[in-house]
Design a protein around this ligand. Structure first.
Ligand code: HEM
Length: 180
């Protein structure tokens, strides 16, 4: 997992809960990196899971809820770091429909070692889209958070329903309906 995902996560934890909580979740985890991340490095996904588990214990929020909040925050990171990827689109459905064939393709050109999910489209209309998310990392709630903010960015709202297709959440159906 790219270091940027760790550094932005720990920045958000510091902003919301303070530096003591950042130190606490790092200390309680058994991290090969010792919690020293650089945005260009690549680290084990299990490190992210441990940090999330300890933050979940501290905040009493579920890991899914924490991933949702992080995804919502992460959209602003994307907007700041990769404005051209977002401004290439005029509406949220087209943007989401392009994750697989454009956005994450460009991400892989920039970072060949990125580990990305797949989002395959089952159905698409002007105001709705159904996609199948697949990833061994089961970060579907992170995706849902990014999607909420994608709609908000275009002055719109949507219902995003997740249907897990297997027990560990590595395959999830996203049913997305634009409301306004
Ligand atoms: C400017 C546009 C985007 C950029 C630059 C971008 C970049 C990235 C990067 C660098 C990662 C981490 C890869 C790694 O750890 O190795 C990632 C992961 C991810 N991205 Fe994107 N992304 C973009 C848009 C989106 C959008 C619109 C979605 C929609 C939900 C999305 C969904 C995800 C998810 C769910 C992951 C977590 C990894 C996983 O589930 O396996 N991304 N993305």
């Amino acid at each position: 997992m790219k270091g940027m995902i760790f550094t932005e996560f720990l920045d958000l934890v510091e902003e919301k809960y303070g530096l003591e909580v950042v130190d606490e979740i790092i200390e309680k985890s058994d991290l090969k990196s010792n919690g020293a991340y650089t945005s260009v490095g690549v680290y084990d996904f299990t490190e992210m899971l441990q940090l999330l588990q300890h933050l979940s214990m501290h905040t009493k929020l579920s890991i899914d809820k924490l991933l949702l909040l992080y995804g919502e925050h992460f959209f602003s990171v994307l907007l700041k770091r990769y404005p051209d990827f977002i401004s290439a689109y005029k509406d949220p459905i087209t943007l989401l429909a392009s994750i697989e064939n454009h956005i994450h393709v460009e991400v892989l050109k920039l970072y060949p070692d990125a580990e990305l999910p797949t989002f395959n489209i089952l159905e698409q209309t002007e105001t709705s889209i159904i996609m199948i998310y697949k990833s061994s990392r089961a970060m579907h709630y992170f995706g849902k958070g990014i999607m909420h903010k994608t709609f908000e960015h275009f002055g719109s709202t949507a219902s995003v329903i997740l249907e897990t297709l297997n027990e560990n959440g590595t395959e999830v159906k996203f049913i997305i309906q634009q409301i306004t």
